[in-house]
Design a protein around this ligand. Structure first.
Ligand SMILES: Cc1ncc(COP(=O)(O)O)c(C=O)c1O
Length: 375
């Protein structure tokens, strides 16, 4: 057995092997399709039409944006994304992972310190790793600890947060964080992957909602979650876009998004603009879930007011068993195991959607209740 196979064996023994599940038609409490865009017939048809109308016809973009892959179409979409978020500019990346890696590896020069919330997404962590910057973490959503770390750090500082945290579902206090950053002459970058589509009057995310999008150094919006398609954009000042076009390696050395991907992003934004009703539905589904949650307050729920809810069930075997009992009742929920989360914080991560019905939520709670009584 070679060393790689040995590592796989170790994972198998610890019940931690990652495998690829096939899509399921069970009740969806697991996907990031918060507004149901990905299953929307309307969006599917809109994209097909927009793509078919494209001239000149080409399936692939044929090269990096810096070579043969640029188009007036790509530039016009970037302009409309920037306008939507009331930001000066936007630069599209093929995914959120690539956006964060490109952004942070390009900005992280020697002499800069990234100070990140301890729960930031792996794509930001990888961007930091690829940079030449120093790195520090502050305790999750703990502004005192942030202030403490900022005051002890010399030189240029960039603080990294998510507006809605992907695992805990809680919200960053962006206005206070921004105020602390400006007192310490630090810059702020906000990943809005789980906020776009859900928060803001037109689903623009939290930064535009608070009107701080031009006070932060950059905002990252991703299109694979509530927007139901694929890709991402970095929003910021015009100089930032120019800088990334010159220094973000995941942008420079990668084939540009295809016209189909661009048409999908354009149509998803159009649908997002019209989807106030879906957002209202989702927010009232969240309220309903929270009221049901309080009936089972003896369980260890994380305190989240968003579409991401977590029930802590310590132990990998235990959390897998709980997820399996839900699957047995036709409910799809992801067990999140350690080391994806710290040991002891294993959890069921429950994603709520605008299309989840009250009956589905009632069923979910009755299965959780029964599972809890039996265990
Ligand atoms: C907070 C956050 N940022 C970035 C990403 C990466 O986005 P994408 O899936 O488009 O690569 C994710 C996806 O899981 C995420 O949760």
């Amino acid at each position: 057995m070679n060393r790689y196979q040995q590592e796989l064996e170790k994972r198998k023994k610890a019940n931690l092997l990652r495998t690829l599940p096939t899509a399921s038609d069970q009740i969806d409490f697991y996907s990031n399709d918060y507004l149901g865009f990905s299953r929307s017939d309307q969006l599917y048809k809109k994209i097909a039409e927009a793509y078919t109308e494209r001239e000149p016809k080409r399936t692939g973009s044929t090269g990096s944006r810096l070579l043969s892959g640029n188009s007036i179409f790509a530039e016009s979409i970037e302009k409309s994304i920037a306008d939507y978020h009331r930001s000066d500019s936007s630069l599209v990346f093929s995914s959120g992972y690539n956006a964060n890696v490109g952004l942070l590896s390009a900005l992280g020069k020697r002499g800069i310190t990234f100070i990140s919330d301890e729960l930031i997404h792996a794509s930001m962590i990888d961007g930091i790793r690829l940079s030449h910057a120093e790195k520090l973490k502050f305790k999750h959503n703990d502004l005192e600890d942030l202030e403490n770390k900022l005051s002890k750090t010399e030189g240029e500082k960039i603080v990294l947060v998510e507006s809605v945290y992907s695992m805990d579902g809680d919200i960053a206090q962006l206005e206070s964080i921004l105020e602390i950053c400006s007192r310490h002459k630090a810059k702020l970058i906000v990943d809005e992957a789980h906020a776009i589509g859900v928060f803001g009057q037109h689903g623009e995310g939290m930064c535009a909602n608070y009107g701080i999008q031009n006070d932060v150094l950059a905002t990252v919006v991703t299109f694979g979650k509530a927007m139901g398609v694929h890709g991402a954009a970095v929003l910021g000042k015009k100089w930032l876009k120019e800088y990334l076009v010159n220094f973000a390696r995941s942008f420079i050395y990668s084939t540009a998004p295809s016209d189909h991907q661009l048409a999908s992003i354009k149509c998803a934004y159009e649908l997002n603009q019209e989807s106030t009703g879906l957002r209202t539905n989702l927010l009232s589904t969240i309220d309903y879930f929270i009221s049901k949650r309080s009936e089972l307050s003896n369980l260890n729920w994380l305190n989240s007011n968003t579409q991401i809810q977590s029930l802590i069930i310590p132990g990998n075997d235990q959390v897998i068993a709980a997820a399996n009992s839900l699957h047995g009742q036709g409910i799809n929920i992801l067990p999140i195991r350690s080391p994806s989360v710290p040991a002891g914080m294993e959890r069921l991560r429950i994603s709520l959607h605008s299309f989840n019905t009250r009956d589905e939520i009632d069923l979910l709670f009755s299965v959780i209740k029964k599972w809890n009584q039996k265990k």
